[in-house]
Design a protein around this ligand. Structure first.
Ligand code: ZN
Length: 301
């Protein structure tokens, strides 16, 4: 019986809406609000996304952001590569059909060049997160070759074919992906070599019109209500109590609304609740290590 559950804080750092004026200082101020929340509630252990996109391919690979990533990782946090190839596309770069995630010739250089760049600057990515929960096995293979072996894209139950997202039937706690499909766990061993940490999910079929995006059935700050966020966390703890294995899930938050006090307060409230109710904050790499250690001592299920 596992009485506690591990949570990874998956922070989407997308900047202000794609067509507004660019303001690095304003984005950085919001990152600092998140950094303070991590210090106050999670020993600095958030995984923050480094955004890249057709509009802002290298905006976040320069100062002042490179300095911030160094500070963030020195403080106990981790970084995730986050290509937003769809939401932050320009009219010129948007495909008339399908999207860029489906084209590995587009994705491969982005992943391998950015992974090399961050590695050589001393701030390697710990994880990956696709936009709109989109992922393909071809992307997974490129990530593993680039040394990124943890994925934070998953949200069990979300299926959005035009965004290459299919998490139907995906496990609600962390797992190694099979060779065949990212939504399926490997039957034994480490499968294709990618470890998935899914967004915490209450296991219920979405009853809202908004089935493609995180909603009140997920632990996603800003996409739910405080009551529902607490309820989802309680479901994770109950699932852990019924299971012999610890639950390992992600709490998702975005930085874009952090200039608003109520959003800041909601983040603080949910982090405080999760901590008080059995939640242990871990980095993505720590989560993988904890999973591996439990696999080593438990018989296969
Ligand atoms: Zn994003």
């Amino acid at each position: 019986m596992a009485r506690s559950a591990y949570f990874v804080i998956n922070i989407d750092g997308d900047p202000d809406p794609p067509h507004g004026p660019r303001n690095d200082r304003r984005v950085l101020d919001k990152y600092r609000v998140m950094q303070k929340l991590m210090d106050d509630f999670a020993e600095g252990k958030g995984v923050i996304c480094v955004h890249t996109s057709p509009i802002y391919r290298d905006r976040f690979l320069r100062d002042p952001f490179m300095d911030f990533w160094r500070e963030w990782t020195a403080n106990g946090g981790e970084l995730a590569l986050h290509p937003e190839e769809d939401l932050y596309a320009t009219a010129q770069t948007r495909l008339s059909e399908g999207n860029h995630y489906d084209h590995i010739s587009h994705m491969e250089p982005i992943i391998s060049e950015l992974a090399d760049f961050m590695q050589s600057n001393g701030v390697p990515f710990a994880a990956y997160k696709g936009g709109f929960h989109g992922l393909t096995m071809a992307i997974v293979q490129v990530l593993v070759r680039a040394g990124i072996e943890i994925d934070l894209t998953g949200a069990p139950g979300i299926v959005w074919p035009t965004k290459t997202a299919d998490w139907s039937g995906a496990p609600a706690s962390a797992y190694y992906m099979s060779q065949e499909a990212y939504r399926k766990p490997a039957e034994s061993g480490t499968g294709c070599g990618m470890f998935e940490i899914p967004t915490a999910f209450d296991g219920q079929v979405s009853d809202t019109g908004n089935r493609f995006l995180l909603n009140r059935h997920y632990l996603a700050v800003g996409r739910s209500t405080l009551g529902d966020l607490y309820r989802v966390w309680n479901a994770i703890i109950e699932r852990g109590e019924r299971s012999a294995r610890p639950q390992i899930v992600a709490l998702v938050s975005h930085t874009h609304a952090l200039h608003r006090e109520e959003f800041h307060q909601e983040c603080a409230a949910v982090l405080e609740y999760v901590r008080k109710h059995g939640g242990v904050p871990v980095t993505a790499r720590e989560a993988k290590r904890i999973y591996d250690e439990h696999q080593a001592v438990l018989p296969a299920s």
